[in-house]
Design a protein around this ligand. Structure first.
Ligand code: FES
Length: 658
C-alpha cells in the first residue's frame, strides 16, 4: 500500500489502514481485522454487512470524506433496497467499493461478535461467536469427468468460501442433501456446528435461508429446571421457561435420589426417564413460547450438578453417593441432543459443561464462567445457594471451590410453615424492635401488611426461604432470639407473640404462621454449613476477609444481603459489595451457547480450580459449630455494627448473654 491509497477508518473499533482503490468495504474490513458480519459471503443477499459511511471533515482522524469516497450504489444494493429495504445512509459492505479516504461505522447488528447486553453493571459482556452459524455457499455441480460426491463438493465449497475444513454430516443431513442442492440450483445455506471433535453440517437449506436458528441453554437443578431459548445470530433470549424437576417425587434432595437409585433396581433408569421427559417438555414449551418449530433448535448446552448430569446422561449416580465420589467423567461432553432424548433438530448437538469435582458440578463451572472470579482483582466469594451450596472463592491468582450440604431449609422445606416461593408466601419481614410487632410482604401483593392498601382478603399460606431468613434475622435484631438461637418467652421478650410450645417458644408472625424453635434450628444448621464452606475456602486461600460477595441462584436473587449477614450465612463484608447474580448457572450455560471460545475457557478454568472437599476436611466441623451462633460465636463481623439499626440490638443481645 502506498500513502496515496485511500485511508479507511472503521468505527467504533477505530481500526484503520490503507487499501487499494476499488477494494470492497467487506474485503477492507477482513484485511484490517474489523468485525463485519456476512452470511452470504459477499453476494449481496444477506445484508449482514451493512455499514454507515460518514461524510465531512474528521479532524480527530485527520481525514475529510467526500461523497466520492465510495462507489455509487449499484444494482445489487438497489435491488436489495427495493425488495427488503435498506435504511437511509446504509450501504452493503460487500458491494460498496472504497475510492477515497473514508470513515465507516459498523452498527451493532453488523458485528459478528456483537455484545449481548447483561443487566448487571459488574457482569462481563457476552461476545457473540456461537458454535453454530449459518453460511451461504455455492457448490460446484457434479462432473462426470471428475467424479465426487455432493457432500465432498459441499465440503470443498465450505473450505474455499468460509475456511471451514473437514466438515462432516450425519446420515439425516446426508439424506436431505441432494434434493436441497438441486432445488437451490447448487446454492445452499448450511448450518455448521464448529465445535469438537470436527465441524459438522447440521442442516442444508436450498438457496439463501434468512430464518433464525436457535439454541437452548439448560440448567438442570435438583428442584427446578430452567431453559433459555436464544437466537443464535443475535443472542437474544426469545423464551425463558422453568419447570419443577419431576424427580422430586423420588426424593427432595440429591442424596435421597441417589439412595433411590441405589436401593431400587431400575431406579436410576426411572430417574433418568423423568428428567429427560422434563427436558424435552422444557424444549417444547420454550419453542411454543417463541412460536418456533423445535426442529429449528440446533443446539443445547446443559449444566447441572454432578448427580443431575449423571442422570440426564443415563449414568447410574451410585458412585456419587459414597466416598471417594468418583464422577463417570469430569470432562465436557459433545453429544447428539437426540442421545439425551431431546426432540430438537434431528442432528442437533448437545454440549455438557465440565464438572469441577464429585460434588461440584457443571453448574458451579457455569457460575464461574458467568461471574469470572478468575478475572477479578478483588477477592470474590460466589455462593450459589440451593439444596447444596456451591461456593467459589478467588481472584486473578487462583480460584478455589467447594460444595456444602445446606439442605432444603433455605427453600422453605423443613420449616413448620415453610413453602416454596409462590403467591401467598410471606417473603419479606420486619419486626419493630420496641413493640416487637411484625409487618410483612406476601408474594403477589405489593403493599406491606400494615399498609392501608394491603388487601384484607390476601391469602397468606406460609413463609418462603427469603421470608424465614428475614424473620429470624429480624427476631435477632428485636431481641426475640438470642445469639445461641433460643427464642425467648413472653416474659423475657415483653411480647405475647412469643408463645410457649412444649419446652420451647415460638414467635407468632401471623395467624397460625409461627416461627418455631425448630425452624430457627433448621436455619442455623443450613447457614452454618454455608458459612463453614465459605470459611474453609478462606482458610485455604489464607485470608480472613473477602472484598466482594456474589449471591447466585434463583434464591440468591431474593435474599436480603443485610439479613443474610445478620444471620451469619455469609462472611462479613461491606454490604455495598454484596450483590445478587440471579441464575448465574443458567447465564453460564447461555455464555457457552453463544460463545465457542467460552467453552474452551471454562474447560481450562475448571482444570485450574482447586477443589476443597468439605466432607473430609477436619476444620469443616469446627467452623460449622462456631457458625451456629447468630451471627457467629467468634468471628467479629465488623461491618454489622456500622449499620445503624443493627448495632444497638446485636450489642444488646450480646450484653444480655453475658
Ligand atoms: S455479505 Fe451478504 S449482503 Fe453483503
Amino acid at each position: 500500500m502506498t500513502a496515496t491509497d485511500p485511508l479507511v477508518i472503521f468505527t467504533p473499533s477505530g481500526k484503520r489502514g490503507r487499501v487499494a482503490a476499488g477494494t470492497t468495504v467487506l474485503d477492507a474490513a477482513r484485511a484490517l481485522g474489523v468485525d463485519l458480519d456476512s452470511v452470504c459471503g459477499g453476494r449481496g443477499i444477506c445484508s449482514r454487512c451493512q455499514v454507515a459511511p460518514a461524510f465531512g471533515a474528521f479532524p480527530k482522524h485527520g481525514v475529510t470524506v467526500t461523497e466520492a469516497a465510495l462507489s455509487p450504489r449499484n444494482a445489487v444494493e438497489d435491488r436489495y433496497d427495493r425488495i427488503r429495504g435498506l435504511a437511509p445512509g446504509r450501504r452493503l459492505g460487500c458491494q460498496a467499493q472504497i475510492r477515497g479516504d473514508v470513515v465507516l461505522d459498523v452498527p451493532p447488528e453488523s458485528q459478528v461478535h456483537r455484545q449481548v447486553v447483561r443487566k448487571r453493571a459488574e457482569a462481563r459482556a457476552i461476545s457473540m461467536d456461537p458454535a453454530t452459524r449459518l453460511h451461504y455457499v455455492e457448490v460446484a455441480e457434479p462432473d462426470m469427468h471428475e467424479p465426487s460426491g455432493d457432500l465432498q463438493r459441499l465440503e470443498s465449497a465450505l473450505a474455499g468460501q468460509w475456511g471451514i475444513t473437514g466438515a462432516t454430516a450425519d446420515l439425516g443431513t446426508l439424506q436431505a442433501l441432494q434434493s436441497a442442492l438441486r432445488s437451490g440450483d447448487w446454492k445452499v445455506t448450511v448450518a455448521v456446528h464448529r465445535d469438537a471433535p470436527q465441524p459438522r453440517i447440521l442442516h442444508v437449506w436450498p438457496g439463501y435461508h434468512d430464518g433464525a436458528i436457535h439454541g437452548l441453554a439448560i440448567d438442570v437443578g435438583s428442584t427446578t429446571i430452567a431453559g433459555h431459548l436464544c437466537d443464535l445470530a443475535t443472542g437474544e433470549v426469545v423464551a425463558s421457561v422453568g419447570l419443577m424437576n419431576p424427580q422430586i417425587r423420588f426424593g427432595e434432595d440429591l442424596m435421597s435420589r441417589v439412595s433411590y437409585a441405589m436401593l431400587n433396581p431400575g431406579g436410576a433408569a426411572e430417574l433418568t426417564a423423568a428428567v429427560r421427559d422434563a427436558l424435552d417438555s422444557l424444549a417444547a414449551q420454550a419453542a411454543a413460547e417463541a412460536g418456533i418449530d423445535p426442529a429449528l433448535i440446533l443446539e443445547a448446552v446443559i449444566v447441572g450438578n454432578p448427580v443431575m448430569l449423571h442422570l440426564v446422561l443415563g449414568i447410574d449416580p451410585t458412585e456419587l453417593g459414597q466416598a471417594p465420589f468418583a464422577l463417570a467423567t469430569a470432562d465436557a461432553l459433545h453429544l447428539r441432543a437426540g442421545e439425551l432424548g431431546l426432540h430438537l433438530h434431528p442432528s442437533a448437538r448437545a454440549y455438557v459443561l465440565p464438572c469441577i469435582a464429585g460434588h461440584v458440578g457443571a453448574d458451579a463451572a457455569a457460575v464461574a464462567l458467568s461471574e469470572s472470579p478468575q478475572l477479578s482483582d478483588d477477592l470474590m466469594l460466589v455462593v450459589d445457594v440451593g439444596t447444596n451450596a456451591e461456593i467459589l472463592l478467588g481472584n486473578r491468582t487462583r480460584v478455589l471451590a467447594c460444595s456444602s450440604p445446606t439442605g432444603p431449609a433455605f427453600e422453605g422445606a423443613q420449616i413448620s410453615s415453610g413453602q416454596r416461593a409462590a403467591p401467598g408466601a410471606i417473603e419479606r419481614v420486619e419486626i419493630d424492635p420496641v413493640s416487637k410487632e411484625p409487618r410483612f410482604r406476601v408474594i403477589g401483593t405489593e403493599a406491606w401488611s400494615d399498609d392501608p392498601a394491603f388487601p384484607p382478603d390476601t391469602r397468606i399460606t406460609g413463609i418462603c426461604g427469603s421470608g424465614i431468613i428475614e424473620a429470624i434475622a429480624e427476631m435477632r435484631l428485636a431481641g426475640l432470639v438470642d445469639a445461641s438461637g433460643l427464642i425467648g418467652s413472653a416474659e423475657a421478650t415483653g411480647t405475647d407473640r412469643c408463645v410457649p410450645q412444649g419446652r420451647t417458644h415460638a414467635y407468632r408472625l401471623h395467624g397460625d404462621i409461627l416461627v418455631t424453635q425448630g425452624d430457627v434450628r433448621a436455619i442455623q444448621l443450613a447457614k452454618s454449613a454455608l458459612y463453614a464452606g465459605a470459611r474453609l475456602l478462606m482458610d485455604a486461600f489464607g485470608t480472613d476477609s473477602v472484598d466482594r460477595i456474589v449471591l447466585a441462584g434463583a434464591f440468591g436473587a431474593h435474599i436480603s444481603p443485610k439479613h443474610a449477614m445478620i444471620l451469619g450465612m455469609i462472611p462479613d463484608c461491606d454490604l455495598a459489595r454484596v450483590s445478587s447474580a440471579g441464575n448465574a448457572a443458567g447465564t453460564g450455560a447461555r455464555i457457552a451457547l453463544l460463545n465457542l471460545a467460552a467453552r474452551r475457557e471454562v474447560e481450562a478454568l475448571v482444570r485450574g480450580i482447586h477443589k476443597v472437599e468439605t466432607a473430609i476436611e477436619p476444620r469443616f466441623q469446627e467452623h460449622f459449630v462456631a457458625a451456629n451462633a447468630i451471627p457467629h460465636a467468634t468471628a467479629p463481623f465488623p461491618h454489622l455494627p456500622r449499620l445503624p439499626d443493627v448495632a444497638f440490638n446485636l450489642g444488646e443481645g450480646r450484653r444480655r448473654r453475658r
